[in-house]
Design a protein around this ligand. Structure first.
Ligand code: ZN
Length: 326
């Protein structure tokens, strides 16, 4: 097992043991009791840490995309209405994920919904916080780890700089996971989306199928119990593990953006553990809901509570201000 997958697995064991603590929005880890720096000082510290780091790992989670307007997953927001409006009216869904769990009468109708979902993320523009982050990382040696399946990072960076450990909306797998293969989803999604037009259903003969067993295809994503953890999945863990191993003795900065309370095992706790164990590693987190800084790494980290889009914009402005001063 790769280094990073080992860290995730360790956290997962802890997670089941303390499930009730996480579910209540907390953490079983002992947190720092130090008074946090005022906001403006935190922004300056963020900028300073970026400038001083030899290399940076970004851990991008759901809060990052949500802060940039990708907020249609869990709520009936204006952007949900914009992309899923006909389904919201017909079925009363409140958010994109709610529709995914609906028992549709026909497979064509289910695929109409699924295709709408995939088409929306595949064609979404690169969102503002991602562009600000890109400006912050300018000229730095960095690597991206993400649990987001919405393909925002791979729209900006080459594949070898990004690990998508929860899957990617650009690929299909066999819904029965009969084989270790993924296929392009972009072209079939576009064709089905066009064929659906103003309706809510895809012609059933267009539903993509596994070339081996004939079962329906399914997006290559975790969350539905059939996520293919084969070659492509291992590659994602290999990339992040290689980057950490290559840079483990350098000044490494880990930046966690928008991790939700129910998924601390993929980015947050592995980052805490790495900050603790690697000699010259620093940690920054940004989250709209909470500011958790473990006591064990209180001298190596900053936890900023705030809107991620606003924080990244402020850090970018701070860095550009310093650039002018030089
Ligand atoms: Zn199959």
């Amino acid at each position: 097992m790769t280094l990073y997958e080992t860290l995730v697995t360790q956290t997962q064991m802890n997670y089941s043991r303390y499930y009730h603590v996480y579910a209540s929005g907390s953490t079983p880890v002992k947190l720092s009791e130090k008074t946090p720096l005022p906001y403006q000082k935190q922004i300056q510290e963020f900028a300073r840490q970026v400038n001083e780091a030899d290399c940076i790992i970004i851990g991008g989670a759901s809060g990052l995309s949500a802060s940039g307007g990708g907020d249609f997953y869990y709520d009936d927001t204006p952007s949900y209405r914009e992309h899923f409006g006909k389904f919201a009216e017909k079925y009363g869904f409140k958010g994109a994920f709610a529709g995914m769990a609906h028992p549709f009468d026909t497979r064509g109708e289910f695929w109409g919904y699924l295709v709408t979902f995939l088409h929306t993320t595949q064609h979404a523009p690169i969102r503002e916080p991602y562009l600000d982050l890109d400006a912050i990382l300018k000229g730095k040696d960095f690597f991206i780890l993400t649990t987001n399946q919405d393909t925002q990072f791979v729209k900006i960076y080459p594949e070898d700089k990004v690990s998508q450990i929860q899957g990617d909306h650009r690929f299909f797998q066999c819904s029965k996971a009969c084989c270790d293969e993924t296929w392009d989803a972009l072209e079939p999604v576009e064709k089905m989306f066009q064929a659906m037009g103003e309706g809510t259903s895809v012609p059933e003969e267009m539903i993509p199928r596994c070339p081996h067993c004939g079962a329906e295809a399914f997006p290559w994503v975790r969350g539905y119990g059939n996520f293919m953890q084969g070659t492509k999945y291992e590659e994602q863990y290999q990339k992040i593990s290689d980057y950490i191993q290559k840079n483990s003795t350098k000044k490494l900065l880990l930046i966690e953006l928008g991790v939700g309370r129910m998924t601390p095992m993929f980015i947050q706790e592995p980052f805490w553990s790495l900050t603790c164990s690697l000699p010259d590693t620093r940690y920054i987190s940004v989250n709209a809901q909470y500011a958790f800084l473990p006591r064990q790494i209180e001298d190596k980290g900053v936890a900023i509570q705030g809107d991620i889009a606003a924080v990244l914009k402020d850090v970018r402005a701070e860095m550009e201000k310093e650039e002018i001063r030089k």
